[in-house]
Design a protein around this ligand. Structure first.
Ligand code: ADP
Ligand code: ADP
Ligand code: MG
Length: 679
């Protein structure tokens, strides 16, 4: 076995590989780009080497730098992860030339499976079933059109060098073929530098079912069963599960044997995945009629490998390391069994409601369900993540933030765990698909395993622009949170004999306001809310004029039990500026509390004059002359119309003079204090 390996990747997969290496007492070397200098994968490894700029072409794709890093650190082998150099035959060759073991298949196998058209010709010879289509070398447009006509519409034009769901065009009728071909070729040359295409029958409502295979250097092969990756958007996987619902023993054995044949045909070694497109002529009710066709082979570890690990109890990275170091496969086909059911969700920084637009930003809050790698914990939850709270999702790499993997005795149990785990995933700072994933996993199609690649468009009515937490609960949660903060401050004052209400800029004082008005923004719409403390001690909250009783109880885990009218929910709330991020078992939402008078103060603060926005009483000043203040810092509290309002600093500056004292009555427009704005 190796004593030191270099991991030529980043993010969750680099951390994932490092975890197994550490367990096997293999030292690890990380490589990193400028953007990743402080990344989690760097911390996860024993050593780290900087290899260049942030763009992949300046770092993670520079294989001469990576090989030099391995040689300089004395690593014996390189694990490429997925993406980047993992399916680059030249890199595999260069490793061998440098005397390093490439933890993956021989470069000849990468080459054989690298182009979809060529690999299909090979598979045809090996007797692996193919989708009816044309995968020849002749790319004459007239010939391609004739082939499409022969295959029968709809057809799919695919870039032979394509990957990641790119370079594909579905064509419904002969008249559209020429234009689709031209556009597909344009995308192919731009994305892959190769415009060769193949044409195949477009399978209707197909399932994507793939087989995990493994080979060793002694010619042994096994398959570690299947994964269903039918839930896709833009031909990219969103959810993956194992085993495939409805799979029969007989079909599994046939698909497994076909996948092993595919691997054997190219003298495959290590972890590989044979992807099949599966037709369901008998519909969901008759999975036994499923027909499978070879689609492509991915000659690397797959993103979704953890579901296979969950159901087999095997560590596939350990298998990769053992096989690459010359050991035989850890077990035989007959030793492998399926235990229960596992589902993986890809958590991505993107906005599903805005056409899955990728998002960048800082993970201000990054709360994940507790999970332990490889341990069959009672909760059956595993989290593979390449980032930590406070990290930034940069525009340079993939939008995948983490993978959530659940395992249960049955699919139902796994589904329930997935929903709970997603509800416990609290991310603040950028858009993610977490709520969308919850909607998908709880949709009728997914819940009843009516799986096919059209699931997302079919269920779109319940997947997009869903709001499971309304204005009322969000506002009740926000007000409850403010009251809890106030109570905590009052308690601190009692214990220490002093109070510091200015630690918070929301203007709440320890003795508690009896009334407060809020202006809110919810989904871009303005709303008003009014909170009242009744004489008997009860609380009332009016939202847009509708009043109900409010009750709340802080729970030990930082959550709040909030009751408002008929609503009741356990809420986690995080404040970021004026935005309250509300997470509940039903879903998550945001509400913005606009401190109208603070804003009015801002508007009137030009030239350092801070004026009273309305007639009222000065309650207190939070600053004194000479204080240096930051933008947004609380300066004074005013009370008007039985409400308290915080006057905040409109910009960084220095307090020159206070013009009133606490208790003074002021008229509208009166200057409260002089502030010198920092240049
Ligand atoms: P799979 O077949 O394993 O689902 P794809 O073939 O779509 O995946 O790509 C593999 C994965 O590798 C993608 O899901 C993506 O997360 C990752 N990936 C691909 N290219 C890159 C890249 N340039 N940088 C980082 N990650 C990448
Ligand atoms: P990539 O290299 O981008 O992963 P694949 O050939 O694996 O490309 O196809 C990606 C996805 O496109 C599949 O998972 C499936 O959803 C869809 N797809 C591919 N071939 C067909 C087909 N013949 N009919 C219908 N859908 C297909
Ligand atoms: Mg694929």
């Amino acid at each position: 076995m190796f004593t030191k390996i270099l991991i030529a990747n980043r993010g969750e997969i680099a951390c994932r590989v490092a975890a197994t290496a550490r367990r096997l007492a293999i030292q690890t070397v990380a490589v990193y780009s400028d953007a990743d200098a402080g990344a989690k994968h760097v911390a996860a490894c024993d050593e780290a080497i900087h290899i260049g700029g942030s763009a992949p072409k300046d770092s993670y794709l520079r294989w001469e730098k990576i090989i030099a890093a391995a040689q300089a650190t004395g690593a014996q082998a390189i694990h490429p992860g997925y993406g980047f150099l993992s399916e680059n035959e030249e890199f595999a060759q260069a490793c061998a030339k440098a005397g390093l073991v490439f933890i993956g298949p021989p470069s000849s196998a990468i080459k054989a499976m690298g182009l979809k058209a060529e690999s299909k010709q090979l598979m045809e010879k090996a007797g692996v079933p193919l989708v009816p289509g044309y995968h020849g070398a002749d790319q004459d447009p007239a010939l391609l059109q004739r082939e499409a006509d022969r295959i029968g519409y709809p057809v799919l034009i695919k870039a032979s060098a394509g990957g990641g769901g790119k370079g594909m065009r579905a064509v419904d009728k002969a008249e559209d073929f020429a234009a689709a071909l031209a556009s597909c070729k344009r995308e192919a040359i731009n994305s892959f530098g190769d415009d060769a295409v193949l044409v195949e029958k477009y399978v209707q409502r197909p399932r994507h079912i793939e087989i995990q295979v493994f080979g060793d250097t002694y010619g042994n092969y096994v398959y570690l069963f299947e994964r269903d990756c039918s839930v896709q958007r833009r031909h990219q996987k969103v959810l993956e599960e194992a085993p495939a619902p409805g799979m029969t023993e007989e079909l599994r054995a046939r698909m497994g044997a076909a996948a092993v044949e595919a691997a054997r045909a190219v003298n495959y070694v290590g972890a590989g995945t044979v992807e099949f497109i599966v037709e369901q002529p008998g519909g969901y009710e008759h999975p036994e009629q499923m027909k499978f066709y070879f689609m492509e082979m991915n000659t690397r570890l797959q993103v979704e490998h953890p579901v296979t690990e969950a159901i087999t109890g095997q560590d596939l990275v350990e298998w990769q390391l053992r096989v690459a170091s010359g050991e035989p496969l850890p077990c035989k086909q007959a030793d492998l069994r399926i235990h229960g059911h596992a589902i993986e969700a890809r958590i991505c920084a993107e906005n599903p409601d805005n056409n899955f637009l990728p998002a960048t930003g800082t993970l201000h809050v990054y709360g994940l369900p507790a999970g332990t790698m490889f341990e069959r914990s009672d909760e059956g939850v595993r989290v593979d993540s390449g980032v930590r709270e406070g990290d930034t999702i940069s525009p340079f790499y993939d939008s995948m933030v983490a993978k959530l993997i659940v395992h249960g005795a049955t699919r139902e149990q796994a589904l329930a765990r997935m929903d709970t785990a997603l509800a416990q995933t609290h991310i603040v700072g950028l858009a993610t698909n977490v709520q969308f994933l919850r909607h998908v996993t709880t949709s009728a199609s997914f819940a009843t395993a009516q799986l096919d690649t059209a699931l997302i468009p079919r269920e779109s009515a319940v997947l997009f622009n869903q709001e499971k937490v309304g204005l009322a609960l969000a506002t009740a949660a926000m007000v409850s949170d403010l009251l809890v903060a106030e109570a905590a401050m009052a308690q601190k004052a009692n214990i220490h004999g002093w109070i510091d209400p200015w630690a918070q800029r929301d203007g709440w004082r320890s003795h508690g306001a009896s009334n407060r008005d809020f202006m809110l923004e919810f989904h871009g719409e303005p709303h008003t809310a009014k909170f009242t403390r009744l004489h008997g001690g009860g609380l009332e909250l009016s939202i847009d004029g509708t009043t109900a009783a409010l009750h709340y109880t802080p729970l030990t885990n930082g959550a709040l039990d909030v009751r408002y009218g008929d609503l009741r929910s356990t809420v986690h709330l995080y404040k970021k500026g004026e935005v309250a991020h509300v997470f509940t078992a039903q879903g998550a939402t945001q509400v913005v509390a606009i401190d109208a008078l603070a804003h009015a103060g801002e508007a009137q603060a030009e030239g350092g004059r801070l004026t009273a926005p309305m007639p009222g009483k000065v309650i207190s000043f939070a600053v004194k002359a000479g204080d240096v203040v930051k933008k947004g810092q609380a300066l004074a509290v005013m009370e008007a119309m039985k409400m308290e309002h915080t006057i905040a600093a409109p910009a960084d500056g220095t307090v020159v003079e206070l013009l009133f004292a606490p208790g003074d009555q002021v008229t509208e427009g009166a200057e409260l204090l002089k502030l010198e704005i920092a240049a």
